[in-house]
Design a protein around this ligand. Sequence first.
Ligand code: ADP
Ligand code: MG
Length: 584
Amino acid sequence: TAQEETFEFQAEVTRVMDIIINSLYSNRDVFLRELVSNAADACDKKRFLSITEGDGGDATEFRIRVKADKDARTLTIEDSGIGMTKDELINNLGRIAQSGTAKFMEALGKGGQSEDINLIGQFGVGFYSGFLVADRMTVVTRSWKDGADAKQYRWESSAGSSYTICEDDSEPIEGSGTRLVLHLKEDCEQYLDDFKVKELCNRYSEFVTFPIQVWAEKTKYEQVPDPDKEAKEGEEPPMKTVSKTAFEWETMNKMKPIWMRNPAEVNDDEYTEFYKSTFRAWDEPLAHTHFSLEGQVEFKALLYIPGVLPYELSRNMFDDTSRAMRLYVKRVFINDKFEELLPRWLMFLRGLVDSADLPLNVGREILQHSKMLTVINKRLVRKAIAMFEGLAEDEEKYKPFWTSFGKYLKVGIVEDEDNKDTLAKLARFTSTHGDSKDAVSLASYVERMKEGQKGIYYICADSRSAALMSPALEKARKLDYEVLFMTEPLDELCAQAIERFDGKELIDLSKENADLGDAEEEKREKAIKSEETEEFREWLKKAVDSKVQKVEVSTRLVDSPATLVQSAYGMSPTMQRYMKAQAV
Ligand code: ADP
Ligand code: MG
């Protein structure tokens, strides 16, 4: 028999397995979702490669089969996917990307138990969830990459610190694929029940685009001649119904991908379930939009606004491991790495695009220069904005959206010249209006503007309370003008980018030339006082060691004796700190 080799798991794998086995057992069911999704990924990879690299004539039937064996106490998940070479067994099942582990550990540190379990799939450690229900896992696999005479290998482990690999001579895998055998733990009997297995497949895998078949018992009814009754002359013999039970492969999932269906025939629950299963999410999306474009470029698309900020984006606003958009060509999954599909300020969306017009072996280089991509990108942005506008019709619904994703829209205002004006309508800022800390829109600000008010006033500060203490605010408050608080670093850039709203200028109160609509009289007074105080002002400037550019008479103070302002083109302290932070 074949030589068996023993390998050590990378230390991180052992740690991850420990955590999974010892602390994530509250919802074991998810193992099936993870393993079926790996099987589907393997089918995706093979389908993609056989089209782009193979002769195309490969008649593989892609499918995933799940079968329980009560006598052997095993649950087997078999796919006709890409399979693994010996090296891949070592690299993919024996180690995990360092960053993946670190992120997984960190994520486990926060959040509740119910969320923890869902994190498994997001960090490239889903495979090990098999150990939630199995004390031993056997992986038998044959790689598509090794061609027709590829060897079949067996990988085996009982968790712990090591695993074995050897050539395998059990039932051959046809073509390529992977057969994963879970040797179930004592208390995991329920997963031997085909009814339970079917329920789990239905729950988790409804939207997998390959057929999932479960080996299940089926009762069939047949009409047979009744032996107890005699046939009358010239009549058919009397029949009776008998039932027979037999096991057969029962297909679980609807095969038509949701985005190919008519939106009128898909209900909200289906959209939500699709979102959860496709993007490994557990939150309810805030909104979705499903549409197709016909004409010079044809494609179908489905976009979601997540219910919460995706985990990786909560650590890093523009984390490039965030997989926002899935690209399909004629229903074949190509990849989820085309950042060009959406501008970065829409990175928080989740969705997919399926185009029949792109070549299947579409490469990054081709796509980058493709006009088609620009068309798709533009249309996605338009539809996304329409979705935000839809939410904004109801401030109560809009509030959580703005809280989670407002900062992205602010980036949009700064970076997306074409959509700046539309986005400005969607922006919200806190203000001196009322006592509330609720954010207001610019449109509502304009409605509240006083007669003769020059523009939309704002003040930049580190916090609302700091802003409220600023002497720069005094005059505006005396005149009973509303003032917006720009308390986040992006706010200031954003206000500068907006420039004007509804014809009204956005005016920074902490700038030297902030126009509060001084009366002629005030201007005259200012000129006289400036002359009178010339010597004093010279002295003061020297006294503060020339740390200021000028010392001037101001008409904007009410109670405070003096205030610091920036020159008209200067950067505010908030901004300076922001730029510094960005430079790191
Ligand atoms: P992820 O799926 O996020 O990459 P997993 O821990 O679920 O992380 O799987 C690790 C890796 O093992 C996969 O990336 C893949 O390369 C390999 N793998 C797992 N299951 C299969 C399978 N059924 N067929 C082929 N490769 C697989
Ligand atoms: Mg996986």
